[in-house]
Design a binder for this molecule. Structure first.
Ligand code: BES
Ligand code: MN
Ligand code: ZN
Length: 499
């Protein structure tokens, strides 16, 4: 993580920054701050002219000034209309250039008052930190060691005390995203249900969260055979880890957030071919993001009540594995026929959802899960699918996602999906045939939340950076932490409307 400072524009030009990133609005080369830069460095405007740099979205120009002041200036075009995403992208690209050039101290100047001013500083810092994230736990030689200097300090040019606070908030959120990514990126045999529980307990201890864990025997008593069934083929028993944060007092109902925590998805007896199994350590990204979210909520001391539920299991084809044709009796009493052992996520989520409703009487439930390949076919890796039984909640999440730049698209819960899930022998089948797989999976989940306002985010396409997927400068390879920021945004706006 970076040290953060604020500085005035004039002061920044006197400072020996290793790199100064400047976001330039399209066709505004005649205005500040570019005007002053051009006056000070005539060669800069010549370079911009020669390279055709106008500030169009995505354009960039690296310039090496003479004399005192910044050693490098990176101009970044942000196009005509500036929004938070453009600020994030400019900040992330500056941070990446700082790393590439071995810049220890780098500054950023952007059109800070384009949107809400403090929020721009927050998002810039957040994105710079997110861009510099690396998963190095198992690298013997930490990259950068003995090589180029690493970015250490970020100077927010044009910021005041409020901006500094906002930027520090951004760094805090980036740390939560980094936790979600670390857990998502971790090798599956280390971050198995046991390792994951350890990670959750560590966080709870550090942040003073309430932690509750239901082990095999507890799950058996409660008839949580969805979680148990999925975990039966593994040598590491499944469990349900629950973290509670009571920021608004015990008498107010909490919001429940449930994340799919399949620490490895082999497909079970319906085993996947190795190409599709390759990335299935990421099947715990929903739960990992819930963990990161709990950290963020605690660090920001949000005045809200949140319960994070993380059902954890390894889906393996061991000798006790659940089988095709098995029937499981779930926590809510429903019976489920197993039509496919690879449709495991909905089983463990179903128990966690029903348990959350029953035990916590939450005002709303949000679940997030790398649930179906089908949603990736539908939306690509650009965004996640949103399913909801409640219009108001759906609208709120779509709005939050718009703000955080995490694309989210509302999908239907047609009654026909429920018909696809009919079973000969049980109340419901866990699969609904080939077509509309994301919809039938969501329809399945909806059976376990009763009347509670609920939304489900199918993050299979966005939870990690996939080959041939879209590239964002603040999404390095591996787990993205997608949805953490949008759910946090939703919680923050809840907090501000109720207080
Ligand atoms: N974890 C997978 C879904 C997945 C696939 C996530 C690809 C990310 C990338 C899930 O458990 C699964 O296997 N789903 C099956 C369901 C099918 C058997 C009904 C799928 O989507 O193919
Ligand atoms: Mn599966
Ligand atoms: Zn899965």
């Amino acid at each position: 993580m970076l040290r953060i400072r604020v500085s005035g524009f004039r002061e920044a030009l006197e400072e020996e920054l290793d790199l100064l990133g400047v976001a330039v609005v399209e066709e505004k080369l005649g205005e500040e701050p570019f005007k002053s830069l051009a006056e000070r460095y005539p060669a800069l405007s010549r370079a911009a002219e020669a390279e055709g740099f106008k500030g169009s979205d995505g354009q960039s120009l690296l310039f090496y000034p003479d004399g005192r002041g910044p050693r490098r200036i990176l101009l970044l075009g942000v196009g005509g209309e500036v929004d938070l995403e453009k600020i994030r992208v400019a900040a992330a690209n500056t941070a990446l250039k700082a790393r590439e050039t071995g810049s220890r101290r780098f500054g950023l100047l952007a059109p800070w008052d384009a949107v809400e001013k403090p929020r721009c500083f927050e998002e810039a810092s957040l994105a710079a930190h997110m861009a510099l994230y690396e998963y190095t736990k198992y690298k013997s030689e930490k990259s950068g060691e003995g090589e180029k200097p690493r970015p250490e300090e970020l100077v927010m040019v044009g910021g005041d005390d409020e901006a500094l606070k906002a930027a520090e908030r951004g760094r805090l959120i980036a740390e939560a995203v980094a936790l979600a990514r670390d857990v998502g990126n971790a090798p599956p045999s280390d971050m198995n249900p046991e390792g994951f529980e350890r990670e959750a307990r560590r966080l709870a201890e550090e942040k003073g969260l309430v932690v509750k864990v239901l082990y095999k025997e507890d799950l058996e008593k409660l008839s949580m055979n969805g979680i148990l069934g999925v975990g039966r083929g593994s040598g590491v028993p499944p469990r349900l880890v629950v973290l509670e944060y009571w920021g608004a007092g015990r008498d107010k109902p909490p919001i429940a957030v449930v994340g799919k925590g399949v620490t490895f998805d082999s497909g079970g007896l319906g085993i996947k071919r190795h190409e599709s199994m390759m990335e299935m350590k990421y099947d715990k990204c929903g739960a990992a993001t819930v963990l990161g979210l709990m950290k963020a909520v605690a660090d920001l001391r949000l005045p809200v009540n949140i319960v994070g539920l993380m059902p954890l299991a390894e889906n393996m084809p061991g000798e006790n594995a659940y089988k095709f044709g098995d029937v499981l009796r779930m926590y809510n009493g429903m019976t489920v026929e197993i039509g496919h052992t690879d449709a495991e996520g909905r089983l463990l989520l179903a128990d966690a959802l029903a348990y959350a409703v029953d035990k916590y009487k939450p005002s709303e439930i949000i679940d997030l899960a790398t649930l179906t390949g089908s949603i990736v076919i539908a939306l690509g890796n650009h965004g996640a699918g949103l399913y909801a039984n409640n219009e108001e909640l759906a609208e709120k999440l779509l709005k939050a996602a718009e703000k955080t730049g995490e694309k989210l698209w509302r999908m239907p819960l047609w009654k026909e999906y429920y018909e696809q899930l009919k079973s000969q022998v049980a109340d419901i089948n866990n699969v609904g045939g080939r077509w509309g797989g994301a919809g039938t999976a969501a329809a399945f989940l909806s059976k376990f939340v009763g009347e509670t306002p609920w939304t489900h985010l199918d993050i299979a396409g966005t939870a990690w950076v996939q080959k041939d997927g879209p590239k964002k400068p603040y999404y390095p390879k591996g787990a993205t932490g997608y949805a953490l920021r949008l759910i946090l945004e939703h919680l923050r706006s809840q907090a501000s409307t109720h207080h």
